[in-house]
Design a protein. Structure first.
Length: 284
């Protein structure tokens, strides 16, 4: 499969938002390994510089093209200005990977209003803004690939993720329609549902997860970023629309579709009730 991936990604110009850490950085490293030209984009210059150094040290070759851009995906004007230089140099982006994302769990009544807006601005509008920035050239040439990062809670939301899950459901809805609109123009859309992955973002989330959310999440495993990244690249190369990294993730997705929402919600209600009972018992 490695040779096939290299054939597919070699010399492709790939832009990765949120590329300075986590899944985005793992994707950048694998893409460079398969001889793609990679530009990572993130908000913090220090993190970008560290990521570029890591990529250059991991892939020390003069033939490797690694670049970076500092921009805020939630600010369309700032993003377009940053990308103008890249587009003038590259001509077009062959593959856009929307990996920029943030998560802040908590019970609805405890979350401040600004958190709901922040989730939508980064996770949803950040995806919209990046697509709008690179799509004109893709439409002109009638080819290109757009990879949108949703989440397990983007198809089956759970306790504690009213803000984050809603923003990822929005990414799912956007991608469903976008796939149909762009397919006649020769542009591929892929939608990724990553499970819990060992990233700085997950470490941040764990500080704020309600007890019930921690109990529900503990039943699943945690994947490594490079494993998730590899499954994403394989799925994209196989022209898949829905990409489900991890065996357990695949089981959950197909079980959810097989059982339907009614049975799934009944099961989840029982799990939540059990977790709340355990919490009450622990306090006594």
């Amino acid at each position: 499969m490695a040779a096939t991936l290299t054939d597919f990604y070699q010399n492709k110009k790939v832009l990765i938002t949120g590329g300075s850490s986590g899944i985005g950085l793992a994707l950048a490293s694998l893409l460079i390994q398969h001889q793609a030209k990679v530009c990572i984009l993130a908000r913090t210059p220090e993190n970008l510089q560290k990521a570029v150094c890591e990529l250059e040290n991991t892939h020390p070759s003069p033939d490797v093209e690694i670049s970076s851009l500092t921009a805020d995906v939630s600010d369309s004007a700032n993003l377009n200005q940053a990308l103008s230089t890249l587009l003038s140099r590259w001509g077009k982006v062959d593959i856009l990977i929307n990996s920029a994302g943030v998560a802040h769990p908590g019970e609805f009544w405890q979350l401040e209003e600004k958190i709901f807006h922040h989730m939508m601005q980064i996770n949803y509008f950040g995806t919209v803004n990046a697509i709008r920035a690179v799509l004109p050239e893709m439409l002109t040439e009638k080819n290109g690939i757009i990879v949108n990062m949703s989440s397990v809670v983007g198809y089956m939301n759970i306790y504690g993720y009213t803000a984050y899950g809603a923003s990822k459901y929005a990414v799912t809805g956007l991608s469903d329609a976008l796939r149909m609109e762009l397919k006649p123009h020769g542009i591929q859309v892929s939608l990724v549902y990553p499970p819990d992955t060992d990233t700085p973002q997950l470490a941040y989330e764990n500080q704020y997860k309600p007890y019930v959310t921690k109990v529900l999440a503990s039943s699943g495993g945690i994947l490594k970023p490079d494993q998730v990244a590899r499954e994403i690249l394989i799925g994209v190369a196989r022209r898949k629309y829905i990409i489900l990294p991890g065996f357990e993730n695949k089981l959950i997705y197909f079980a959810f579709r097989l059982l339907g929402k009614g049975l799934t919600y009944a099961l989840m209600d029982r799990m939540v009730a059990s977790a709340l009972q355990r919490k009450t018992t622990a306090k006594k």
